[in-house]
Design a protein around this ligand. Sequence first.
Ligand code: SF4
Length: 465
Amino acid sequence: MKVKSPLEVYQLLPKTNCGECGEPTCMAFASKLINRDAKLEDCIPLVKEDEEGYNKLAELLAPEVKEITIGVGERAVKIGGDDVLYRHQLTFFNPTALFYDVWDTMDMDELKERVSEIENFRKFYVGEFLTLDGIAIRSVSGDPEKFKETVKEVVEITDLPLVLCSFDPSVLKAGMEVASDRNPLIYGANKENWKEVLELVMKYDVPVTLCSFGDLNLLKSMAITFRGAGVEKLVLDPGTFPSGEKLRETFHNFLKLRRGAILEGQKEIAYPLMGVPATAWLVYEDELSASYWEAVLASLMIVKYGDILILHGTQPHSLLAEVHIRETIYTDPRTPVQVEAGIREIGEPDENSPVFVTTNFALTYYTVESDLSSNGIDCYLAVVNTDGIGVEAAVAGGQLTAQKIKETLDEFDFSKLSHRTVVIPGLAARVQGELEDLTGLKVFVGPQDSGRIPGWMEKNWPPEK
Ligand code: SF4
């Protein structure tokens, strides 16, 4: 994106504040465009009356790295589309897409079971479910008919986005015959097959991965050729070498490509990058080492700068690491992850139940809520609005004060309890006295870690009268 501030965008809008875009002013619309919360085509006057101005602004607003869509409908995933090298500069927009493999030598029951495992994976984390994005279908047999049969079966049982994997154009062609309407990503074109793959991609207008393992000049040259033929939906795979000196080279290649795209404006390499951490399974013989190193590679590539990864292992110790690091990296640093403040009931509290205090930082809230509910502690939870900041930082920064806790507790009817006590987090101990003065309540200091609440309860609850 070549424009960096709402003011720059505003200068190029009609400046009539007509409201047709749904925003009260052109400046408000400009702010949304910068944050990618609005689409330029929603400015109807610009679209209808100033084609040149529209095209100019569209060009200026386009992300440095091209955004590519794989799949169709609600399950389609977007990859790429980034403008910055470091997330604190703006944010990373499209989370790294995680595709897990199936292969055409699996028997049908095994295939169905694995597709179902990938499709149904869910991990609740900070208020939402982490899921996987798609399925990479590998041709292991080399037989076009066998591949076609496998692709057909997968298409019938899931609407997840697909990657069709083979370097044999006849195999890819067979897969496309049954999956072309799903906008799959073709994997891939290399220096041997690029002509046939280019033809296939042009025929079906689908995205394609260009592969040149360890040779960035060749990768760039292929990208120029495909662009010259009018094919712009490109993904680049510079090769994933899972161990030794080549692993270092892999990492450097990802850095070089992304820096070239964003800092040097090299349009021919400004495309999403693909990593294949599944290559760990080619060099490590035992399952534990392979899955461990696959997760290490995936983590490395999620941080810098893999936009789509092909993975194999679905063991919880690797899967959970992969989805968690992705969630962490792609959380918008400008927006604290928070939940609504107020009083919650956990379980079935009664007049003898304790009242705990916590903050509305989502990670804190869900950790405390989970520790309480999983231990069967029926209680009330007073969630204080700390602007999404955790307990220790909020106490230090003044977002969690005795006054703010009091304001939250004012919503609660203590007359329904047999006691007048609250329990504040151990890390907020310093507000205890002031909170007692402000509320007239007895304030207990709980443990610093909510995982220790059950032990704390055994010693301190019910309170002495
Ligand atoms: S539609 Fe265009 S001209 Fe009208 S307020 Fe929105 S941005 Fe401004």
